[in-house]
Design a protein around this ligand. Sequence first.
Ligand code: FAD
Ligand code: MLT
Ligand code: ZN
Length: 485
Amino acid sequence: TETYPSVKRDSKFKHLSSEDITFFQSILSQQELLLASDQDNLEFYNEDWMRKYKGQSSLVLRPKTVKKVSQILKYCNDNHIAVVPQGGNTGLVGGSVPVFDEVILSLNYLNQIRDFDPVSGILKCDAGVILENADQFLAEHGYIFPLDLGAKGSCHVGGVVATNAGGLRLLRYGSLHGSVLGLEVVLPNGAIVSSMHALRKDNTGYDLKQLFIGSEGTIGVITGVSILTPPRPNAFNVSFLALENFQAVQNVFVKAKKDLAEVLSAFEFMDSYSQDLTRKHLENINHPFEEEHPFYVLIETSGSNKEHDDAKLEAFLESVIEEGLVVDGVVAQDETEFRNLWQWRELIPESAQANGGVYKYDISLPLKDLYSLVEAANQRLEQLGILGDVPKPVIRAIGYGHVGDGNLHLNVAVREYSKQVEEALEPFIYEFISSKKGSISAEHGLGFQKKNYIGFTKTEPEIRLIKDLKHHYDPNGILNPYKYV
Ligand code: FAD
Ligand code: MLT
Ligand code: ZN
């Protein structure tokens, strides 16, 4: 677990007193408040999913109403008490856990569906609804949540909006900046700003909600989300392909966009190293290919007519094999195979950190340069003599991700977290990305991990504007301090 040697607790923040606890107890039930005496329960909220970042908060507040969120924030603001908003705690940049003793404001119990309109497909729900639950609710009405990701069983609708998560089907459904229609937000001073619109079009001045989408809990707490959801496709198909090189991955992508067109719903890639780690992690399940190949692509189609989609996919596969772009391929024959094929992609994050830990880099780069970073990282780690069998700290740098969105996940799987590895990778990786005019965070945000590196993607004037906005919304700086802004 990372300690925080590079930052100091800000003395402007008050240490919690017994009067503070008494206040919180006066507005919250026993279930809504966890204290340090509840050590076991607190541990989950203090430590992140990667077990890399860990705070020492002694208080978790889990209000069940928006009014209580407002009362909590107003009190914390008046008393200069620092607060970390927390959703499902699946964020991957150390943004969702405290750095020191910040109060954790969990949205876990604000978890009701508020309204659904089956004509427009607009869903309104509390921020703490778990993504998978929202999607299951929508499935009953013939709709689908326009975002899907491996953490769906734990992450919150509010959490993905606060992160502006991208996920596995951005290619089809676009970014949350497009599908979110309205938000309800509580500002640090306790003001509840509700713009839970159910309107696709609204040009009455600044689009304020956009500022909160991807703000990572730094300017307000999202309590409600209104989102446009598309009809659920009734035909799904997935194929898993083996390719010889990254140029072939790009060629197959271009062809898939053209030939599969409106039914293409995901285009993911994986290198052999990522599959190697996943094979070891999922010992009892057979990989789609016995032989190893340098690259794999997972293509999902979804549409309204199975026969039509199947015919399109079949013709596409025949042609990519004939053209020599793909060396082998399988297509799921039923629901079980569909899920099994997806898991070779979705379980990479879990497999990458199963041997001790993982350094994650989530990168946007021009497609032609995308994989060169993985090669450069492995080369550097080898040159430094820190990659290899035990006792070397690094197992391997692996590459996978949403290639259809120009988004690479470079993961460096390690046996344990260490300064030596971190210094080998940073700022090396950020410099590489900057030299290719990429982004140091495609979809995971900046959080704590990348707070010192924002300048590799944003310019000075942009950073100044971000700081101005932060100061405007949160003049006392109580929301998610020590993180990226
Ligand atoms: P948390 O982790 O609790 O919080 C994330 C950030 O948002 C923190 O800064 C927190 O302070 C803030 N926050 C949370 N809730 C609120 C709120 N209601 N109001 C204000 N601020 C809030 N991401 C992708 O983009 N694409 C993927 O494909 C993807 N796959 C993943 C797969 C796995 C297995 C895992 C573990 C993570 C994955 N992620 C992915 C990371 C992704 O960022 C998170 O899963 C998700 O966005 C965070 O949701 P959460 O509810 O867990 O939020
Ligand atoms: C993914 O695409 O699997 C996620 O963003 C998580 C990760 O990067 O590990
Ligand atoms: Zn991702």
